[in-house]
Design a protein around this ligand. Structure first.
Ligand code: NAP
Ligand code: 12T
Length: 348
């Protein structure tokens, strides 16, 4: 710790879509920051950024960057985390990692505070932030799971382009303009930067997020499947996912089908549980067309749930619509929330 109860914080990937939101969230939450270090690649080193009215200069991230750092928030891609997170830990920093590099590692807690805050205590220097689509889903399902038991989850996602970074948001903007101008759409990035083919995202829907696995599922889908079981400590939970990219900038939406174990759960019960759950906002009233949308959820830290219905055929089946800002609860806010819980519980 630096001075009394304030912390030296580093953001790795500070110029990125997630990093920018981390900066905003630290400020919005009045996180007790002593010194803030902003790190990126050499490309953005020297960039000036405002934090609490002060001008900070972004530096290139190197192993030496972490001297004196108490908490390092990583969001610069998996390869950067693999290389630099162990260096940060060596220098005594607690790493909260937003990439998929360490999520499934056995001795790394994978944490959504509303679900498994207690797992944080057993960290060995690295805490992983789950995938954005996983976070909002497990936050919405945990109150139902606790009350009624959960046996099966089938989810289809409707994901914003900002999840794939600032460049992907720029691609949507450029293609939308081209489409409206009657020009050819140029696709260079989506669905996945490193894959062979690229398809336009503007006025389209792409059923591929991240690369394909042998099984026919994408890595994004497998992240949802594996991370959900780990966070909920329920390896026998049945989970299947289909992840789709859509042409809007912010918030992921999800159509979630669940089967609960309790025979007597009603829609009213599920609504009541969610209305009282921390971090969840129930917006569900068909009579007034009340339900969350990507636009209504953007820039908010909560997870919004609506359209709760019983399955027409399966007695224990329910359908839900879950929406949240992918860069806030899906990334920056969940990370800062973990940091807040660490500090509050003395788990540094
Ligand atoms: P982005 O907008 O493309 O930003 C990438 C950031 O990483 C930039 O600040 C960039 O710095 C920095 N960076 C790239 N290569 C680097 C290097 N070699 N050394 C140091 N910094 C480097 O991407 P984003 O959307 O913010 O996402 C960043 C990462 O966060 C993703 O790769 C992903 O792993 C993770 N993420 C997680 C979630 C989640 O589900 N929780 C959601 C979105 C993203 P420059 O400006 O110098 O290029
Ligand atoms: N490919 O953190 O493209 O594992 O939207 C998050 C978002 C990976 C992750 C995306 C991705 C992650 C995306």
């Amino acid at each position: 710790m630096s001075s009394s109860n304030t912390y030296n914080v580093a953001i790795v990937g500070a110029t990125g879509a997630v990093g920018q939101k981390m900066l905003e969230t630290l400020e919005d939450r009045s996180f007790p920051v002593n010194h803030l270090k902003l790190l990126s690649s050499s490309r953005s080193a020297g960039t000036k950024v405002k934090y609490k009215g002060e001008t900070l200069v972004v530096e290139e991230a190197t192993p030496e960057s972490f001297k004196g750092v108490d908490i390092a928030l990583f969001s610069a891609g998996g390869s950067v985390s693999k290389k630099l997170a162990p260096e940060a830990v060596k220098h005594g920093a607690l790493v909260i990692d937003n990439t998929s590099a360490y999520r499934m590692a056995e001795d790394v807690p994978l944490v959504v505070p509303e679900v498994n805050e207690a797992d944080i205590e057993h960290h060995k220097g690295i805490i992983a932030n789950p995938n954005c689509s996983t976070i909002q889903m497990v936050a919405a399902l945990e109150p139902v799971r606790k009350a009624y038991g959960l046996s099966r989850v089938i989810v289809s996602t409707y994901q914003a382009v900002s999840g794939a970074g600032n460049e992907a948001a720029e691609e949507l903007r450029a293609q939308s303009q081209a489409f409206l101008d009657g020009e050819e759409l140029e696709a260079n990035l989506l669905p996945v930067k490193g894959d062979e083919k690229h398809y336009p995202i503007a006025f389209n829907a792409l059923p591929q997020i991240d690369m394909f696995e042998e099984s026919g599922y994408t890595f994004e889908e497998m992240k949802m499947i594996n991370e959900t079981k780990k966070i909920m400590h329920q390896p026998d939970l049945s989970v299947a996912a289909t992840c789709v990219r859509l042409p809007f900038f912010t918030s992921h939406a999800e159509s979630v089908y669940i089967e609960v174990e309790n025979q007597n759960a009603s829609v009213e019960d599920v609504k009541q549980l969610l209305a009282n759950a921390p971090g969840i906002v129930l917006e569900d009233d068909p009579s007034t067309q009340t339900y969350p949308t990507p636009l209504s959820a953007a820039e908010k830290r909560d997870v919004f749930v609506g359209r709760i219905r019983k399955d027409p055929d399966h007695e224990n089946g329910f359908h839900l619509w879950v929406v949240s800002d992918n860069l806030l609860k899906g990334a920056a806010w969940n990370s800062v929330q973990i940091a807040e819980r660490v500090v509050a519980n003395g788990w540094l």
